[in-house]
Ligand binder design. Structure first.
Ligand code: AMP
Ligand code: MG
Length: 464
């Protein structure tokens, strides 16, 4: 076996002691900052080779998530050109370098005048002014406006000195070198004052703000071509399993299409990360290690699906059980129970179970918030609503059940309808859903008519 750089002193791969035993041997129980909390002491008695010792040890969803979020570093901010910075989070405040807009300009095509000169103007007795020049957008005005004078002015052109008001062209008529003003307007009319949008030094876009369309425009208006933001994490996605085939290729009997790569790709994209599909890896620990390390240089995060439970061929566990700092554990949730998380090459590694719905739910519960944190986001959780269940939803009593539901609004209340059975392989139940109803531990059956929390994973406007 080659040393891939996880450890200067390669350890035997398997069989090995379960990680908590290893930690206990090192006297680090409960002291490792990278360990999930609330690990029951009862687990230390196992001595057999396979990692069965922690089978019964279910970890609380919220605690596991909190531990993951604590372990996840934010990415180092980088300077990106505006188009690439779109949808990223500001890494610092951006302030106005000068007043915005920087000069007073006309809001209309018309004539720049002194309001006082035209105060008596009406349709029937217009005021006659001399046209002394022109003020075009993008140029300084050709002259100044003195008593009974005016300049022809275009929208966006700097208002000439002396003038305090623009009369729209519709309220005038010109004859040769003169214009007849047919309406009186007050000082400031149709003039966009300098500094009205923002004063020099004022914060335009604050640190922590996700850059949307308006922010991008404002940054450009302030003169910046680039901005410091948290980068998008580059996430390498791998699917493990001897039974997997890429979509588009024939699937002989017994083989199935790799759907997880694509579920993850979509989820990552939607979260604002930059996914990279690393493909299918056979159930061979060496091959998996090689793939992961081959991707390390271009990745900030790794996600694999499959091979994390206790089966003979659970390849992720075999590959990383004692390498790096990946821990494998069971979460008290359905679906998505077995999970692995840790650091490889200093980068977060998420080992998800293989079942397609488990992948979807695990991504929503653990990975998405972690990525948003890496991207500097403060609001990292999906919005939740309280909804009335339309039918009973049952699940294992000791687990948090994430039930696929479709929520809709009716007579001022949210309603949640189950989209199908709870089995972890039924992806259509996810495509029909827009939310995950959260049935907490201790509840075996959430009854029709009762209220549940639902996390919404689809924007309602996308939900046709
Ligand atoms: P595992 O966790 O590797 O035991 O896989 C659990 C189940 O999920 C098995 O039925 C696998 O065939 C299925 N599975 C694993 N990986 C994928 C994948 N990438 N796409 C679709 N199904 C998968
Ligand atoms: Mg597998």
């Amino acid at each position: 076996m080659s040393d891939y750089g996880f450890s200067p002193d390669p350890k035997p791969e398997f069989p090995v002691a379960p990680p908590h035993e290893e930690a206990a041997e090192r006297g680090e129980r409960g002291a490792r900052p990278d360990s999930p909390p609330a690990r029951p002491a009862a687990a230390s008695g196992a001595h057999h080779a396979h990692a069965h010792a922690d089978d019964d040890e279910l970890r609380d969803v919220d605690e596991v998530r909190a531990w993951i979020l604590e372990s996840i570093p934010s990415l180092t901010p980088i300077e990106l050109p505006l188009p690439e910075a779109h949808a990223c989070v500001m890494a610092g405040d951006v302030t106005a370098q000068m007043d915005m807009p920087p000069f007073s300009s006309s809001a209309m095509d018309g004539f720049a005048v002194r309001a006082v000169d035209v105060a008596e103007a009406t349709q029937d007795s217009p005021i006659k002014l001399r046209i002394v020049g022109r003020a075009a957008a993008g140029h300084p005005a050709e002259g100044t406006v003195g008593m009974d004078e005016s300049l022809r002015i275009a929208t966006g052109a700097p208002v000439p000195a002396g003038s305090d008001c623009v009369i729209p062209v519709e309220m005038t008529y010109a004859e040769g070198e003169h214009v007849y003003i047919q309406r009186a307007l007050p000082e400031g009319a149709n003039v966009r004052p300098a500094g009205q949008d923002a004063r020099g030094g004022e914060v335009l876009v604050p640190k922590g703000r996700k850059i949307g369309a308006a922010e991008l425009g404002l940054l450009a208006a302030s003169g910046r071509a680039s901005v410091f933001v948290y980068p998008r994490p580059r996430v390498a996605v791998l699917s493990t399993g001897d039974e997997l085939v890429e979509p588009g290729r024939p699937a002989p009997f017994g083989m199935i299409r790799d759907s997880n790569s694509f579920t993850l790709f979509g989820g990552l994209r939607e979260a604002g990360a930059a996914p990279y599909l690393g493909g299918i890896v056979r159930d061979d620990p060496d091959a998996l290690r090689e793939s992961v390390l081959g991707l390390a240089i271009r990745s900030d995060v790794f996600v694999s699906s499959g091979g994390v439970s206790v089966g003979e061929r659970d390849v992720v566990k075999k590959a990383f059980f004692r390498r790096g700092d990946v821990e494998f554990y069971k979460v008290a949730m359905q679906p998505g129970m077995p999970q692995g998380f840790g650091m490889i090459e200093g980068k977060p590694y998420f080992g998800l179970p293989g079942n397609p719905v488990s992948v979807f739910v695990s991504f929503e519960v653990f990975i998405r918030p972690a990525l948003l944190k890496m991207m500097g986001r403060r609001d990292i959780f999906r919005p939740e609503v309280t909804a009335v269940l339309e039918s009973d939803v049952s699940g294992p009593k000791q687990k948090t059940v994430f039930a696929r539901v479709r929520v809709s609004r009716d007579q001022g209340r949210w309603h949640a309808a189950s989209t199908g059975p709870g089995a972890s392989n039924l992806l259509t139940t996810v495509t029909k859903a827009n939310g995950l109803a959260i049935i907490p531990p201790g509840v075996e059956t959430a009854e029709a008519g009762s209220e549940v929390r639902v996390m919404l994973f689809r924007a309602l406007e996308d939900d046709a």
